[in-house]
Design a protein around this ligand. Structure first.
Ligand code: ZN
Length: 394
């Protein structure tokens, strides 16, 4: 089978993918409650002969669908590719991030590859990854070692431009809870120790650290509890901080210094403190080679609004996957240039002809990419070596 024949085969699955996508769009589910989306996608893959496992990594709405393509007589290494999809909606805003498109694209890609009878062995793993917008399910899945067996991980995401990403910021979110001693603010303030003071000292300490941080570091905080009544010395106060940097190494150094500030604030105010990491997002390790292959295929498919890679983005749980193994997310244009995710424009275009077309364009681009990877093991090895070097040199 030629590459072109394989790509043409994707068309057969377009109608089903549109129906799946519209169904998920019409039944938006919040993170970790994506029961209908999980069921619909698993059903489509099970019918196509994939082996299904749900609830992986302790996440009830996660899943894995596996297909082994064995070729008798071929003892070469079996290239293992992960196709990751999200399907969570936004609180009160439906599929304003277009996650409904992802699973259906991956179903079309996986079914096309399975039916192709290629001459090289390969293994496909379709992963449903819940709660991207809230609890960042991929981080739990990484911790559980779910993606370890993969050579390469691929994703797709709706966008205003067709492109790929190079880097993203590492982010750690920390919750701080301070405990003081309550007292009447007028009658016995000497008896009290203010938890709010400790919070304020922490904010001040961070301001003094700012001058001595690398330029790419970002720190932002909010006070989540500053006391209950004006005439009581606050016994309890809390805050949350987000700390970001271009690399996990740099960020870990900043976190160590940040924790010293939090502890010193307790020392100064005679209070105590509990610290908890809410999320630890890594930075993306760029896979330039893989990005080039994807964009070459996207150009061949004449995907809309082809654009340069995004050099740096915010933070995402897919970065934790890309930290451990080479990966890339194809961003496929389905809205006008300048329309960003989490906006009305994005939401309203979810079932448009452009969205339906984006499903086919992105599926064909990924099918072409998979063909390139599966038919050339040395290329896969090169991508893996590049990833290791990039990770070392970041
Ligand atoms: Zn998104």
């Amino acid at each position: 089978m030629t590459k072109q024949q394989l790509i043409d085969g994707t068309v057969k699955h377009h109608k089903e993918a549109i129906a799946l996508s519209d169904y998920i769009y019409d039944h938006p589910e919040l993170g970790n409650e994506e029961v209908k989306a999980q069921e619909a996608l698993c059903e489509a893959l099970e019918k196509a002969g994939f082996e299904i496992e749900t609830g992986i990594a302790g996440l009830p709405t996660a899943f894995k669908a596996t297909y082994w393509h064995r070729v008798s007589g071929d003892t070469g290494t079996m290239t293992t590719i992960g196709l990751l999809c999200e399907y969570d909606a936004l609180e009160g805003f439906g599929h304003g991030c277009a996650h409904h498109l992802q699973g259906p694209v991956m179903v079309a890609v996986a079914k096309t590859l399975k039916q192709a009878n290629l001459s090289k062995p390969f293994k496909l793993e379709v992963y449903g990854t819940p709660g991207e917008e809230t609890t960042a399910g991929k981080i739990d899945m990484c911790k559980a070692g779910i993606f370890k067996e993969l050579d390469i991980a691929l994703m797709v995401h709706g966008s205003d431009k067709t492109c790929v990403d190079e880097k993203s910021l590492a982010l750690t979110e920390i919750e701080l809870k301070y405990y003081g001693v309550p007292a009447h603010s007028a009658i016995g303030p000497d008896k009290g120790r203010s938890a709010l003071d400790a919070v304020l000292m922490t904010f001040n300490g961070v301001e003094y650290m700012r001058e001595h941080m690398p330029a790419d570091v970002r720190i932002h905080g909010i006070i989540t509890d500053g006391g209950k009544a004006l005439n009581i010395i606050p016994e309890f106060a809390s805050c949350e901080f987000g700390l970001r940097a271009e690399s996990r190494q740099v960020l870990d150094g900043i976190i160590t210094r940040f924790k010293k500030i939090a502890k010193a604030s307790c020392e100064m105010t005679e209070t105590s403190c509990e610290m908890k990491h809410l999320h630890d997002f890594h930075n993306k390790i760029p896979s330039y080679l893989l990005n080039d292959i994807i964009m070459k295929n996207a150009a061949e498919m004449k995907c809309p609004n082809l654009s340069e890679p995004r050099k740096r983005t915010g933070s995402t749980d897919f970065a934790n996957v890309m930290y451990d193994i080479p990966g890339s997310c194809l961003r496929i244009a389905f809205v006008d240039s300048g329309v960003t995710s989490h906006t009305k424009g994005f939401l309203e275009a979810g079932k448009s002809p452009a969205a339906h077309n984006a499903i086919l364009m992105s599926a064909q681009t990924l099918v072409g990419t998979l063909y390139d990877l599966i038919s050339d093991r040395e290329l896969v090895e090169k991508i893996k070596r590049e990833h290791q070097n990039q990770r070392k040199n970041q």
